[in-house]
Ligand binder design. Structure first.
Ligand SMILES: [Zn+2]
Length: 201
């Protein structure tokens, strides 16, 4: 049976059913807009690698789940991996960079490390196939162990990717770009494939 991954784009629908745009950048970009687009792109790329996706196969906002619904569905489906996609935010505009969180198991830490390695290589190392040789100075803030609900309550390895700071003017600009979102999706897909030794493009 092929690998099964549950995709959870951060925010959209809050835990009480209210609208939750997530963090909002200095020029008005919402975190939810970015996380949904990246999750959708990630789903396409994973399926192209022969990996099954659940959750955010979403192509419409009505498919939105809040984080508790996503955790519950992932546990019921006994997926192999849970991936939550977010943008970071801070009150200090200069805060920047990417970080990947995991729930503490060896399996989750391995996936988080593989994903961060791919993001770093593809953004700063000139290996980003969608960036056409362009490099972005996206700093690595490292792999971290966290106790977010999606990491704590899932029964399988779970990671949460904080792609960049939407509160940072430069990084908000990057997050607006379709090619940058596609590259984040590609790097996350490649990291997952590395960690589970999935062959393919
Ligand atoms: Zn978030």
């Amino acid at each position: 049976m092929s690998l099964r991954v549950y995709l959870d784009p951060g925010h959209g629908k809050g835990v009480t059913g209210q609208r939750d745009p997530g963090a909002i950048g200095p020029t008005g970009l919402t975190e939810n807009e970015v996380t949904f687009d990246v999750a959708k792109r990630l789903g396409h790329l994973l399926r192209a690698k022969g990996i099954d996706t659940l959750g955010a196969t979403l192509d419409a906002p009505r498919d939105e789940e809040n984080l508790n619904e996503a955790v519950k569905a992932a546990n019921a489906a006994h997926v192999d991996l849970f991936v939550s996609v977010h943008c970071n935010a801070a009150t200090t505009p200069s805060a920047h960079g990417v970080e990947v969180w995991h729930g503490g198991s060896a399996g989750a830490e391995k996936v988080a490390s593989a994903v961060l390695a791919r993001i770093t290589a593809e953004f700063t190392g000139g290996k980003g196939s969608w960036l056409n040789g362009r490099t972005l100075p996206l700093a690595s803030r490292g792999v971290k162990q966290g106790t977010f609900a999606v990491l704590r309550n899932t029964h399988m390895p779970a990671i949460l990717v904080e792609m960049a700071f939407i509160s940072n003017p430069q990084e908000e600009g990057w997050l607006r770009e379709a090619t940058v979102r596609q590259q984040f999706a590609q790097a996350i897909a490649d990291g997952i494939a590395d960690a589970f030794t999935v062959k393919g493009e």
